[in-house]
Design a protein around this ligand. Structure first.
Ligand SMILES: [Zn+2]
Length: 206
């Protein structure tokens, strides 16, 4: 077993986060140490972290590498030492990071893109749900409010899976989102809505 595997198998993200001074709430949220974050927007699960504010993401080794500005290998060593699980002998060359396979790399980029679009959409839906809530029972339901009610849970569920599910499942979700240009269509629509929004703001400011 390599040092990386040893560390990842023995130390979960929330434990490491708390060990290095981050306050993790019961539902696995903490204030992001990588951007100015007043309201906790970083989600931690056993194996990954993801910040909904700045997009910082990775596993336990990435977290420590970022926190202390270390290389992955140095971060793994620090974790092993601080948690008392390190192998006594220096790890073999096998422990050094292997070059990424190009396919995996392409997939990762695709996953990051899907996640970014889903999170943008999620934020929009959250805003719509608040801004377009019917004020009286007689109000005609706003399309945006209806869409938010219908889609919020599902989009959040997909985003959660993309962050935390096993690789095989994540690959399937990315495949599904790319089928029939689903994610590209959503990306375009969000872009268009944002432009309309900006134009509207300029108008009302003028
Ligand atoms: Zn952040």
């Amino acid at each position: 077993m390599t040092l990386f595997e040893l560390v990842k198998q023995n130390i979960c993200v929330p434990d490491a986060a708390e060990h290095y001074g981050l306050q993790v709430s019961r539902n696995g949220m903490c204030s992001c140490p990588f951007h100015e974050d007043r309201h906790p927007s970083m989600k931690l699960n056993e194996r990954y972290f993801y910040c909904f504010g700045c997009g910082a993401t990775g596993d336990v080794i990435d977290l420590v590498a970022k926190l202390f500005d270390l290389s992955s290998y140095e971060a793994a060593q620090k974790l092993a030492q601080d948690f008392g699980i390190g192998p006594d002998k220096p790890p073999a060359a096998a422990a050094l990071p292997k070059p990424e396979r190009p396919l995996l790399k392409a997939y990762r980029q695709e996953q990051v893109r899907c996640l970014r679009v889903l999170c943008d959409y999620l934020h929009l839906l959250e805003r719509w749900k608040v801004q377009h809530t019917p004020k009286t029972p007689e109000d005609v339901l706003d399309d945006r409010f209806v869409e938010a009610c219908q889609m919020l849970d599902y989009v959040e569920y997909l985003a959660d899976l993309l962050i935390a599910a096993e690789l095989e499942q994540r690959v399937k979700i990315v495949e599904m989102l790319n089928k029939d240009g689903l994610i590209a269509g959503l990306e375009e629509r969000l872009d268009r809505l944002k432009k309309e929004d900006d134009a509207h703001e300029k108008q009302s400011a003028a």
